[in-house]
Design a binder for this molecule. Structure first.
Ligand SMILES: [Zn+2]
Ligand SMILES: [Zn+2]
Length: 361
């Protein structure tokens, strides 16, 4: 089968080849034929090394497809079911899972660093990003990594729910618990940032400021729910104009850089919530003083995978889409083929695209 392989961090091009095979399906595994997968910023972070992964690795973690084979002990899905890939399968028994934070489960994250489920060129092992590797025609995941979805939801919409939507809408609804009538600033308007904007809109925020250096993204941000938009250099004067200088109730950082975390901090009012959604680097230190952390009264929150329990939230977000509350069609900037992935990665690096979706035949 075909897949796109990264041999080494920083490689210019992915090696798109058709000689992959999969390890056999274990008793608690599910094999999924991928039908749609997104090109997410975290995939770029794997290629650049910001997100460390074992190599060689097949990127891709935002995907949806059809179950083609299940292990003997699997009862949650059966062949033919439509599923969304969950890139943090929850084991259900570790301390994080027990306290109700399945998005922090490390069981399968750790396993993904030692278990290479792909082979190419005969017997050479290859890993899947976060244990997935959805830039492949088929993948094998633990049963908790394939969540059944209503077959009426198109695969490309389901794929978006697999990462961008859940991460962004979940950050607004689950992590920040945005209140009706509140004010929100969103720093960074890629696919996840636009999802935060939609989550804030669904939650009833009345002022939603989109901040992005690319003015081309402002119109789309407004289309999906932002009430205002500005470039980062206009942020301070916009805070003045929209909040009387007080700052916003919620400041979301959706870039993954210390500088934009500081922008979100500055945009948030005393006592407000600053929510870190972007995935940053291990050596990028946030220069917050001890004085500010206490005396400004702000809450610094982490939102990993939207603070979601995907068993509840994948169907929840699918229902929001069906009810017309989430605009996912506007977020797809192009539909491409697996063979186009190198161009898609280059386009995402350039910054001026949203979600490119690989649609499989
Ligand atoms: Zn767990
Ligand atoms: Zn992602």
């Amino acid at each position: 089968m075909r897949a796109a392989l990264l041999h080494a961090v920083g490689d210019d091009k992915l090696d798109i080849r058709d000689d992959f095979t999969l390890m056999p399906v274990g008793p608690t595994d599910v094999r999924v034929k991928i039908r749609a997968t997104g090109v997410c910023h975290s995939d770029l972070s794997v290629i650049s090394g910001v997100l460390p992964m074992p190599l060689p690795v097949i990127p891709g973690h935002e995907g949806a497809g059809e179950v083609v084979e299940v292990g003997d002990h699997v009862t949650s899905v059966k062949p033919g079911d439509h599923v969304i890939i969950n890139w943090t399968p929850a084991c259900g028994t570790c301390p994080n899972c027990i306290v109700g934070q399945p998005f922090l489960c490390m069981t399968y994250v750790m396993e993904s660093f030692s278990l290479a489920r792909f082979r190419y060129g005969g017997e050479t092992p290859a890993f899947g990003m976060a244990g997935c590797g959805t830039w492949a025609e088929e993948i094998v995941v633990p049963w908790q990594g394939a969540i059944k979805v209503d077959p009426e939801v198109p695969y490309e919409v389901a794929a978006l729910i697999g990462c961008g939507i859940t991460t962004g809408v979940g950050a607004a609804i689950n992590t920040a618990k945005v209140k009706p009538g509140s004010t929100v600033a969103v720093i960074g308007c890629g696919g996840v940032g636009l999802s935060v904007i939609q989550g804030a809109r669904v939650s009833g925020a009345t002022t939603i400021l989109a901040v992005d250096p690319l003015e081309s993204k402002h119109a789309l941000a407004k289309k999906v729910g932002a009430t205002d938009a500005c470039t980062p250099d206009k942020l301070m004067e916009t805070i003045g104009a929209l909040t009387g200088g007080q700052g916003f109730d919620y400041g979301f950082e959706v870039v993954g850089k210390s500088a934009s975390i500081m922008s979100a901090w500055q945009a948030t009012r005393r006592g407000g919530d600053v929510i870190v959604v972007g995935a940053g680097a291990m050596d990028d230190v946030v220069p917050l003083t001890a004085f500010s952390l206490l005396f400004e009264g702000k809450n610094l929150l982490s939102s990993l995978y939207g603070g979601s329990d995907v068993r509840r939230d994948f169907p929840f977000f699918a229902n929001l889409w069906k009810a017309g509350k989430l605009d996912l069609d506007s977020m797809i900037s192009s539909r491409i083929k697996l063979a186009d992935l190198n161009d898609a990665v280059a386009a995402l690096r350039g910054g001026d695209v949203l979600r490119q979706i690989v649609v499989f035949d």
